[in-house]
Write a new protein. Structure first.
Ligand code: 5GP
Length: 262
């Protein structure tokens, strides 16, 4: 890891130069942050769990034809990804009112929305990732009209697929945040265009996941709201997805994840 050139350090991940041109290594840290990094903690094993869960989700999405930046998992904390230019938007898809939507619109958390809603936030930590309208995206040129159409269509397909996937393991997908990037398309003349691909990660850090029967939160809200047992909840998601086998002790789980590694 230290031999590689660091390209970028975010709140939960580090990007290093990859072994081939056009690739990067995405390293999952144990750091947890909330409320624009005003709240911070280290959660032992979170990075390992998110690496595995995101690998699982990205691999399944690729199988249904969603283009992603994911190439392969390298080890317990790292994955090889395609280098993309990140589109500076957070795309949020909601099925049930929660979080900022419940607060902003005065809807009780847990109320099912009449239909899935796609929202956009500008990726600007210094501004607290503000909610924006599609008009802003057009006016400021953050994405082209066709990129926006592709992002919305992909987000809704991802939502349909993930809702089904999580329903199969007794979990409700309340909402999630995804990011997209521009992957260069090249031929012998050089770069001739770009393809919009799913980037970043999909994990309990970026989704709200509630147990179907009890509404127990199995996601980062456990950290945001001081509910405790954060990695235990992530472990439960990984276990139900069939990614890891043990679920007794947190340490046992991490050992099980590690022993599955290459
Ligand atoms: P809300 O806008 O209600 O805070 O978040 C909606 C959904 O997007 C939640 O699933 C939340 O976890 C995710 N989300 C929103 N902003 C961020 C962010 O900056 N980082 C991550 N990891 N997830 C986010």
């Amino acid at each position: 890891m230290s031999r590689r050139k660091q390209i970028y350090e975010g709140k939960a991940k580090i990007l290093y130069e990859g072994p081939e041109p056009g690739t990067l290594v995405q390293y999952f840290k144990d750091d947890a942050t909330a409320f624009n990094a005003q709240k911070k903690a280290i959660l032992d094993g979170k990075g390992v769990l998110n690496n595995r869960i995101s690998e699982f989700v990205m691999t399944h999405l690729a199988e249904i034809g969603i283009p992603t930046h994911f190439i392969k998992r390298l080890n317990m904390r790292e994955q090889l990804i395609k280098k993309v230019e990140i589109i500076p938007l957070e795309v949020i898809c909601r099925n049930v009112a929660a979080g900022t939507m419940a607060k902003r619109l005065g809807i009780e958390e847990g109320e099912k929305l009449p239909r899935s809603v796609v929202e956009f936030c500008l990726k600007r930590d210094d501004l607290g990732d503000p909610l924006i309208a599609e008009e802003h995206i057009h006016a400021f040129g953050w994405a082209s009209s066709s990129e926006l159409d592709e992002m919305i269509a992909m987000t809704l397909r991802i939502n349909d697929y993930l809702q089904g996937m999580f329903a199969g393991i007794g979990i409700k997908l309340i909402d999630f945040k995804i990011e997209f990037g521009r992957l260069p398309i090249s031929n012998e003349d050089g770069v001739v265009g770009h393809q919009v691909v799913l980037a970043d990660e999909i994990s309990p850090d970026s989704c709200r996941l509630w147990d179907r029967e009890t509404n127990k939160k199995l996601d980062k809200d456990r950290f945001r709201r001081d509910l405790g047992e954060v990695t235990e909840a992530y472990t439960e998601v990984a276990t139900r997805l069939g990614i890891i086998k043990e679920q007794n002790q947190h340490n046992a789980t991490i050992l099980s994840v590690v022993s599955n590694d290459d």
